[in-house]
Design a protein around this ligand. Structure first.
Ligand SMILES: *Cc1c(COP(=O)(O)O)cnc(C)c1O
Length: 457
């Protein structure tokens, strides 16, 4: 026993030292990609009957495996939507694990859920939704979108017996995130895409609705607007779409998984006017609210409707719903039962830094996009595809073919220098391959941007 305790203490110290090293590191490499066979050759068999021992396994991690990942918070990782969790949030992610909290029901997780809800109040306040609106943390934007669509569908079916035997229909635009289409499949509803990658305007939406067949119109139950498209940072006409949803009596979901963080930024808050009319909103704190993975959020105007859709029943669950145990039960409002209190790191970080620091950090991301846009305009060999929107910048290298972008991406990645990936932009009927920056990390410097652009010369 004694020996085991000493081993345990040593292992704990090793892990803590490693975590401290990562959290306080000022310089980091972008990891280099490796094939599965290469990794296997480096580490060998790790899952065996007797185990290989913690020290051994940890050494393999430190020596080989960690380096095959791209840290999402590297300042020259500008691909997809990167992340930049605060050090406070990362530290409290460790505390969250060590505290072993079951975050489904208040009875078991009151302290953790209380903290989550304090952070959620701030997020909800940013949306401007009326009193009574609230939300719950999910594993990410996909789970949040799914939870919202299920709530909308169940509500729609509750309105009219006829709807119960109909397949629902959602309208969104081709700029919507892939998860909307994927989750429509999960829910088994049809989806109609308005053919614009640019801002979805109320006028276009109304036209599409007017052109539906009677049966389609009867099946239509939800409009999904995007507040910050993942590809280009475009915010749909939220106010105009809200008016249509009100008039046509449709559920209004706003997917702000990426853009939602910018609700905190005074300089762009006006672009989101209309979001306060939504029935549900998705925001990913693990994108622009500096939370570690994974942390999404779904917010509802009417929590009772979410509860009707999601509350799970079972004799073993009754005690959680008993008067004596009552409190806010996160399991009632989204698809997951057992859950990590994944909003807890965000709570600690917000409590540590204050919300002003969040505003400033988001403003810096917006500013970096403007700076990059200016640099691109000033360079003869690159040009903007469109003006930067939120923190996304689409640009082309003059004369490059699609494969040039791909090769350039791999080269920078293999060197451990940067991760910047190509994307496509649709104008008319043509898709053009271009490059894209997405700024989240406030520690990205102008010099980083300059070096990346120089690598295209
Ligand atoms: C990232 C993103 C999602 C999906 O979120 P995950 O956290 O990756 O599941 C959904 N919608 C939009 C607009 C996004 O940017």
């Amino acid at each position: 026993m004694h020996k085991i305790d000493i081993d345990l203490v040593e292992m704990t110290m090793d892990v803590m030292k490693y975590a401290i090293g990562r959290i306080s590191a000022t310089k980091r490499e972008i990891g280099k990609p490796k094939k599965e066979s290469e990794l296997k050759a480096l580490v060998g068999e790790t899952i065996t009957e007797k185990g290989i021992g913690g020290e051994n396994a940890f050494n393999l991690w430190k020596k080989h495996l960690i380096n095959a990942n791209v840290p999402a918070d590297h300042p020259r990782n500008l691909a997809f939507v990167p992340a930049a969790p605060t050090r406070a949030a990362v530290m409290f992610d460790l505390v969250t694990s060590a505290s072993s909290i079951h975050g489904a029901y208040w009875m078991e997780g009151a302290g953790g859920i209380f903290c989550e809800n304090e952070a959620m109040k701030w997020i909800v306040s940013l949306t401007g939704l009326p009193k009574g609106a609230f939300g719950v943390f999910t594993s990410g934007g996909t789970a949040a979108n799914l939870s919202a669509i299920v709530t909308a569908r169940e509500y729609w079916r509750s309105l009219n017996d006829k709807n119960k035997s109909e397949k629902g229909l959602i309208i969104t635009s081709i700029g919507a995130h892939s998860s909307i289409k994927a989750m429509a499949k999960v829910v088994d509803v049809d989806i109609l895409l308005v053919d614009t990658e640019d801002r979805l305007e109320a006028k276009n939406l109304q036209e599409v609705i007017n052109n539906l067949t009677t049966h389609q119109r009867q099946r239509l139950f939800t409009i999904v607007a995007t507040a910050g498209t993942t590809n280009a940072g475009i915010i749909d006409d939220l106010a105009g779409i809200a008016t249509i949803c009100e008039k046509e009596q449709l559920w209004y979901h706003v997917d702000a998984a990426y853009g939602g963080g910018a609700l905190a930024a005074d300089s762009v808050r006006h672009l989101f006017i209309g979001i306060e009319k939504a029935d549900s909103i998705t925001i990913d704190p693990h994108k622009w609210m500096f939370s570690p993975y994974d942390c999404g959020a779904v917010i509802y105007k009417d929590m009772a409707l979410a509860k009707q859709a999601h509350s799970q029943q079972g004799s073993y669950l009754d005690i959680f719903k008993d008067e004596g145990a009552q409190g806010f039960n996160p399991a009632d409002y989204q698809i997951q039962l057992t859950r990590r209190v994944r909003g807890l790191p965000l709570w600690f970080s917000l409590a540590t830094h204050g919300t002003n620091r969040y505003k400033e950090a988001v403003e810096r991301g917006l500013e970096l996009a403007q700076i990059a846009g200016k640099m691109i305009e000033d360079s003869p060999f690159v040009e903007l595809v469109r003006a930067p929107s939120l923190s996304c910048v689409l640009f082309r290298r003059k004369g490059w073919q699609p494969e040039d972008y791909t090769n350039w991406t791999y080269q920078n990645h293999k060197k451990g220098f940067a991760l910047v990936t190509p994307t496509k932009w649709k104008t008319g009927n043509t898709f053009e391959t271009v490059s894209r920056f997405c700024f989240i990390n406030p520690d990205t410097t102008e010099n980083d941007i300059e070096m990346i652009l120089d690598s295209m010369k």
